[in-house]
Design a protein around this ligand. Structure first.
Ligand code: A3P
Length: 720
């Protein structure tokens, strides 16, 4: 029996301003945080069966300052009935009606409503399970302010596939659509500062989900992300995480965890939530009443249709978030945002299929080579998810997805060629044909060709779509293929997530001003859509076998450039690999395309040491600056670099070791819109440099490139 005193005692306390100090309450309030369809009604019912707990139907109070707001926003939805039903359980139907009406009439602050509820409980603990609190972080934040005693939190998680399935098969997509329409109607009339709407997925304009599946995914991600982020700010002794799967399979252990948090003894009645008379509640999951006991049948139900679930693609956020909650979706293909390098390429050139990076290397006396590669390649595919990426268009935008290893055959071809020039020629043609055979939308976007020229003599070619990896990644692939070392497992998803974080925090405005000022004097360069690509290669032996360093190579190039183009504004773009962008994030071993360019003004300085000091000073900012360039270009805030900057330097120190008789080529059809007029590639082998200059004719004449090379070699010699 609960309080049945005279009506005056039941009337709510006088109205406080909504910013009044919270009212002292004890014991602490308890909130269940969970996405819809996670088994929260079951958990609430289990808790409600404890003699020291009162866990009513969904209250949906936190989003509001007072019930006037709630009335306008919840009007027409069942969500508005929870408080009435809770009050009816405490003081009977008739008085509940009176009380709740007076709450409305007096605009009673929500903190006082909690206080009133607790006052009826004789010291029992009030558990509020209202999924709308995870609609946005601001709502949840209010939990910390509604009472003086610090609240406790129970985070309930469930496997995303089961939540999606439950969500769609129970019509929650329709409910969300209705809530959203309601939200938009109310937002139009909203007063500034009025309280938050309870729509359980983030109602930002760019989050207009179209399909039922997208709504399910967005709702799940939004709710769980809100909970996880919030719980990071709450001390461990005020929270506990339980999973739906454990709750049904091992309820006692899971409920004991909760009881420890609440500082109460476990009671076996909690295991039988259907025993006795169930409260008459409408703001709960109706399916709860279809069960007769705690059932394990719905847990990991998705596994019955595993192939369907696993062949679907999921947003990178979903996969990442699920992983944080211990649900591994890595066997499912996931939708992953493009790296900035990829996005820039798509924006500049569209979906060009024929754009491959090819590395060839010779192997002699290599018995068992093919078998060795056949054994090693699947391990590489597993360790470097980037190798399993292909590209998909989603709502008119390109993204990439990562496929499971088992979804395609390992692309290893073993073919024989005759020795001599004819065989070499045939091998080169075969490589060209393989490059042509790669299609952007079909994984894998690479082939490995083992050409056998004699019994133990092989030529191996890796043919990769360039959107998959850059020069550094090619090396990582090569090294991993021939070593037996344990493979690092870094995913492109981690990189893109880190990039998004970086972009959020990066001071773009000063970078934009600096970059815009730098390229302002560069006149637009000729459009070279139908250009022919010329390539000149040259080996330059360093005098006396003495090596040069990067700053010497660049200074020599700047001199050469000024000599050949005296009237030019002399800005050179430098290729940056962008794998390490702060002390925390290091993606050195990552197989993916991450490289981008940063523009730098040529210095007129002659002193090598001053130039070297300048380089050292500036280099640490290059990565961020080149990323800023990409972001600004993608936002149409700056023009594409190749439209303003004539020359790019791609300096590549070739590591010592097994790199002899290797060469790297780019296979592409004609000049692309995103190409530089002159691409000056230096492969620095310590004792000599291998120079490859790719240039677009007729805007650049062959004679100019030769001149540039001569000047460079002379200037370089002068550096010693
Ligand atoms: P399904 O739709 O997969 O069956 P919520 O209350 O958070 O919306 O969660 C609803 C889910 O909890 C539903 O999942 C429902 O079946 C499940 N559920 C409700 N009562 C249950 C019980 N007694 N045993 C197991 N699962 C239960």
């Amino acid at each position: 029996m609960h309080l049945t005193s005279d009506p005056p005692d039941l009337l709510p306390p006088p109205v406080l301003a909504s910013d009044a100090a919270p009212v002292l309450q004890a014991p602490p309030l308890v909130f269940i945080l969970s996405s819809v369809r996670s088994g929260s009604t079951l958990l609430k019912a289990m808790l409600d069966s404890h003699s020291r707990i009162f866990a009513p139907a969904e209250l949906h109070l936190l989003p509001f300052d007072h019930l006037g707001d709630a009335q306008r926003q919840l009007n027409g939805t069942v969500l508005g009935r929870g408080l009435h039903e809770a009050a009816a359980r405490l003081v009977g139907e008739e008085q509940a009606q009176q009380i709740v009406e007076s709450f409305y009439a007096n605009n009673t602050p929500v903190a006082q409503i909690y206080q009133w509820l607790q006052a009826q409980l004789d010291g029992r603990i009030l558990v509020d399970k209202s999924p709308s609190y995870l609609g946005n972080p601001r709502i949840l934040q209010r939990a910390e302010t509604v009472c003086d005693t610090q609240p406790l939190y129970i985070f309930l998680t469930r496997h995303p596939f089961d939540v999606f399935d439950s969500f769609m098969s129970n019509g929650f997509d329709r409910l969300m659509r209705r809530l959203r329409l309601n939200y938009e109607r109310i937002r139009k009339q909203a007063q500034p500062g009025s309280s938050d709407w309870v729509i359980p997925y983030h109602p930002s304009p760019d989050n207009r989900c179209k399909t039922s599946f997208e709504i399910a995914e967005a709702t799940y991600v939004n709710a769980n992300r809100t909970a996880l982020e919030f719980l990071k700010t709450i001390p461990a002794e005020r929270q506990v995480t339980v999973t739906y799967e454990n709750l049904v399979h091992a309820p006692e252990a899971e409920l004991e965890k909760i009881c420890r948090l609440l500082k109460i003894d476990f009671e076996s009645a909690m295991l039988s939530p259907y025993k006795g008379t169930l409260p008459q509640e409408t703001v709960v999951d109706p399916k709860f009443y279809l069960h007769q006991n705690v059932s394990t049948q719905r847990a990991m139900k998705w596994q019955e249709r595993a192939d369907d679930w696993l062949s679907h693609t999921y947003a990178a956020d979903t996969v990442d978030l699920a992983a944080q909650m211990g649900y591994d979706l890595s066997h499912a293909p996931s939708r992953i945002p493009l790296t900035p390098a990829q996005a820039v390429f798509f924006k500049a050139n569209g979906a060009v299929a024929h754009f491959c990076l090819v590395m060839t290397t010779t192997r002699r006396d290599s018995a068992g080579l093919v078998e060795q590669m056949r054994a090693r390649l699947p391990a590489l595919l597993q360790a470097f998810p980037g190798l399993r990426h292909c590209f998909v268009q989603h709502e008119g935008r390109w993204t990439q997805k990562c496929l499971p290893v088992r979804s395609f055959e390992v692309p290893l071809l073993h073919e024989t060629f005759e020795a001599g020039t004819a065989g070499e020629q045939a091998f080169a043609e075969r490589v060209g044909a393989l490059a042509q055979s790669i299609s952007l939308e079909q994984a894998p976007l690479f082939r490995v060709l083992v050409g056998q020229f004699a019994e133990h003599e092989y030529r191996v070619a890796y043919v990769f779509h360039h959107l998959l990896l850059d020069g550094k990644a090619l090396l990582a692939f090569h090294e991993a293929l021939w070593s037996m070392a344990v493979l690092p497992a870094q995913s492109v998803m981690a990189y893109t997530a880190a990039m998004q974080q970086l972009r959020k925090n990066y001071p773009l405005a000063p970078a934009q001003a600096a970059l815009a000022a730098l390229i302002a004097p560069c006149a637009p360069l000729p459009v070279h859509e139908r250009s022919e690509q010329g390539v000149i290669t040259r080996q330059i032996a360093y005098a006396g076998g003495k090596g040069y360093r990067f700053h010497e190579c660049t200074l020599a190039l700047e001199h050469a450039y000024r000599a050949v183009y005296p009237g030019d504004s002399a800005v050179v773009a430098h290729r940056i690999h962008r794998r390490r962008f702060d002390s925390e994030h290091d993606y050195t071993g990552l197989v993916a395309w991450l490289a981008g360019d940063v523009p730098l003004a040529c210095t007129a300085e002659v002193s090598v040491s001053r130039h070297s000091r300048r380089m050292k000073r500036e280099m640490k900012d290059w990565t961020a600056l080149s990323l800023a360039y990409d972001w600004l270009y993608l936002d149409n805030q700056l023009p594409a670099l190749p439209e303003r900057v004539r020359l790019r330097l791609n300096y590549f120190p070739v590591p010592e070791g097994d790199m002899h008789e290797t060469r790297v080529d780019l296979h592409q059809s004609g000049g692309l819109r995103g190409d530089y007029l002159i691409d000056f590639i230096v492969r620095d082998h310590q004792t000599h440099a291998e120079i490859i200059v790719r240039f677009l004719q007729p805007a650049v004449a062959q004679a100019q490139v030769h001149e540039l090379l001569e000047h460079w070699a002379v200037a370089l010699e002068g550096m010693h």
